[in-house]
Design a protein around this ligand. Sequence first.
Ligand code: XMP
Length: 577
Amino acid sequence: MPQDEATSTTVQTDQTADDNADGTSQKPGASRRVATSDDLEVSAYLEIAKEKRGVQPLPPFARRVQRESVVIIDFGSQYSRLIARRVRESKVFCEIITHDTSWEKVAPLEPKGVILSGGPASVYEGGAPLAPAWVYDKGLPVLGICYGMQAMTHQLGGKVSPSSKREYGHAVLHQNNDSDPLFQNLPPQMPVWMSHGDHITEPPPGFKSLAYTDNSPVAVLGDGKRMYGIQFHPEVVHTPNGRALIENFLYKVCRCEGLWTPTNFVEEAITDIKAKVGGGRVICALSGGVDSAVAAALIHRAIGDQLTCIFVNNGLMRREEPERVVRTFQRHMKINLIHRDATQRFLAALKGVTDPEQKRRAIGEEFIHVFDEEAGKVGKVDFLAQGTLYPDVIESKTEETKVSAKIKTHHNVGGLPAHMKLRLVEPLRYLFKDEVREVGLALGLPEEMVFRQPFPGPGLAIRVLGEVTHEKLETLRSADWVVMDEIKANNLYRSLWQSFAVLTDTRTVGVTGDFRTYGHVVAIRAVTSEDAMTADWARLPYDVLSRISNRIVNEVPGVNRVVLDITSKPPGTIEWE
Ligand code: XMP
């Protein structure tokens, strides 16, 4: 155990900056929402707790030796991640790095090629980001996309000029040279998607124009060996042959073999975990979500009984979910699992609480207390496993988007106790969410868990409006069960970002048989979204809505009215609290 971890007592300063005396943050207008999953929420509770003890997360993994990789230099394009996704989909591992990353940092990845992303700058403006010299000096294949092409042209002695007209949208690309490996098996003319103001007026010495469009005489350029620039965006769906072009670069130019597969990942991750953990003991908090489930399954494959999972049932999950967690991990996977049913503790902590933020705080605090109690029973523990994913890793580089920082604004989580001096194991930190799902399937996790829609850490507590009680939770669980059942039966589950029921605090008059009723109103919320930052209400088929409504008023005692939420985000939010 490194000395600094064991003895440090410094408390991170950002913890106190915005906090009031009672430890809560009440900055007016501060975002109270977290665009994240319950898995991240749980990780964040633990992270905050560690920071309160002054335990700084260590750099996670000793750098893995990838079998093959490509690096993407990010010049700030909104599409950089999409490029990474396309490369990964082509079975080549890649990492996104900043434009000032040194060769010393990159060398351990042994990249077989470099992609320069697009970006909003103009190369002839002062301070425009450029590629580091190693990109051109190391003899690596390079693909510059849009701004990346302009940066490359500028740096290698060509000429970039502003256009009188911005080229935006569809264009037709005509090849000058169809024998180039970049164009292998691509049609001589193909639709591409453009978005640029500047354009190349003179290729660098040794480079030739390989293709043109009506507005760009040099829409693709190359040195005939290993360096290419393309003005359009191959990563977007509006360039139908874009993926094939990226694959040509990866396979024909960089000579990659396509080794990034779930099976290879699992093998490599197992080797890494074994090397890192040695004979140590690992604990992992399960939330019921896919990330912690996959992390736990992977670590269990690597080190078996050295792993103990802790599942704190907060009593705020959906019907059958806690049972599924226990069944999957304990019975099927034979993982050491501590299942603590803390329903009563959480309910007690929520008693009388109606404010949504106060609910979140109470739940976060209670989680840490219960987790600590259970972890204390495991004995000496060396590592904490977390299901951190690649997008979190990229985002955490900018402090204001750091998930834990956002959660800090509304959670008053206590510090982890002194006996917990843990290092992190984060085997998924190189994966995108869809890759995590593939790995989960490869590890034999059930589809219900692998494809579960995002579910908030505070669970049903923020879907029971007003005070949370056992009865209200049961009512909501029954209504939610109907929504889920119908959504799944009609094959809508995977096309929706989230779909659920909300138990409002409104009661309305109804009539059942000859009797007047005065019952609860349930709202149906179903949204489509890419990332939860924006969302639209889903246009569910009327017959599905009709069945949901009928079943809820018939099957759920105390509910006599069902309404549909037709609000987009913004201005609404996905959750009601
Ligand atoms: P909103 O309601 O802000 O939600 O549009 C965006 C996404 O975040 C989830 N959400 C939470 N997740 N803790 C979480 O772990 C929270 O306190 C929380 N609040 C909202 C929500 O389900 C949606 O996916």
